[in-house]
Design a binder for this molecule. Structure first.
Ligand code: SF4
Length: 355
């Protein structure tokens, strides 16, 4: 253990000395689910929405190192300036949910879906947790991107454009957003890409207002109703807050539900002495517990994102030693252009400047 701490100390010193030498030429962005030692080194921490805004706004840095998963680094690359390079310390830091929808399968579904509804009736909205090609698909079909911070604003915008929304890949964020907006269950259907018409009838498709891809986050669907029941019994005074990638059953039993930024603010604003039980990624829960010592911040259930955990001090140091050269995120121009359109529409959504 002591050896590991010494190793870390040495690596941290090396990282900080490169950081100091590069000064304003470098910005390190860190997602809330990163381990503490990475967060401590970063210049800016946030959720995927906050980080994408930061990447779009920063014009001074020549190098952006993105400590998060690959789709986030791709979005930073799409929004960055031509003189900037974006690096990710571990290229293998993917996302299971993003992998549940690829461009070919979504295009096939779009053709089937619009053969029933007509293209003018449906707008595609893609969750940030998706690869650049899907964002480009949305950009090319008049759609937008959303994150868990602005899903409702994106859906409201979508309905101002067309009659129905086709949302992918996270069915739970889509359903929780639809529920929050007051849509009854028969207006929300799931599209299973391995079945004809996504497993739906033409009638149910015509009736639906929201069509959800059959994808989910394995980290957030690990929380079950049984976990809520258990903690309610043990801590009757506690408040429970969960992320909207959880199932609607879990959301219904919680006291509050919101994006990663919402959860961070919820914990910060809770009165001293209170107990908050949090249903999201464990690194964030543990850090909030450390940063709010006057409150009891507990996990709803242990759930770690192994993809986020692939970023560590060693691969961060490697990226910094080969600044602008190793693990550079690149996206073909055609994809980048259309993906940018979709991301720009997201950044222009009402309230996007207040997140
Ligand atoms: S927490 Fe879920 S959605 Fe987020 S990166 Fe990990 S697997 Fe993907």
């Amino acid at each position: 253990m002591e050896d590991r701490l010494d190793d870390n100390k040495e690596i941290i010193e090396q990282i900080l000395s490169i950081k100091e030498a590069l000064g304003e030429k470098l910005i390190i962005l860190t997602h809330h689910y990163q381990r503490k030692e990475i967060i401590d080194i970063g210049d800016y921490r946030g959720d995927s929405f906050g980080l994408s805004r930061k990447a779009a706004a920063d014009k001074a840095a020549r190098f952006i190192i993105f400590c998060g998963v690959h789709f986030m680094a791709e979005s930073a690359e799409i929004l960055s300036q031509p003189h900037q390079t974006v690096q990710i310390p571990a290229v293998e830091a993917g996302c299971w949910m993003a992998d549940m929808a690829d461009r070919n399968t979504v295009e096939k579904a779009w053709e089937e879906l619009t053969s029933i509804t007509g293209e003018e009736s449906v707008i595609p909205i893609v969750y940030m947790n998706s690869d650049a090609a899907l964002k480009a698909f949305c950009g090319g079909h008049g759609g937008t991107v959303c994150t868990s911070s602005n899903a409702e604003a994106a859906f409201r915008w979508g309905f101002s454009q067309r009659e129905k929304i086709f949302f992918f890949p996270d069915q739970h964020l889509g359903r929780n957003t639809g529920n929050q907006m007051g849509f009854p269950p028969d207006k929300i259907i799931v599209w299973n890409p391995s079945e004809p018409l996504g497993g739906n009838t033409p009638e149910s498709i015509k009736k639906a207002k929201i069509i959800l891809w059959d994808g989910y986050c394995l980290v957030h669907t690990r929380f079950g109703e049984e976990h809520i029941m258990k903690v309610r019994k043990k801590f009757p005074e506690a408040k429970i807050v969960v992320h909207p990638e959880c199932t609607e059953e879990v959301v219904a039993l919680a006291d509050a539900c919101g994006s990663t930024s919402f959860i961070v603010k919820y914990v910060e604003n809770a009165p001293s002495g209170s107990t908050i039980i949090v249903g999201t990624e464990i690194n964030l829960v543990n850090r909030m517990a450390l940063e709010n010592p006057e409150k009891d911040i507990l996990e709803l259930h242990y759930s770690l994102c192994p993809n986020m955990f692939r970023i560590n001090l060693k691969n961060l140091l490697r990226a910094m030693e080969h600044i602008g050269e190793t693990n550079v995120v690149t996206i073909p121009d055609g994809i980048k252009r259309n993906a940018r359109k979709a991301l720009d529409r997201m950044l222009a959504l009402p309230g996007s400047d207040q997140n």
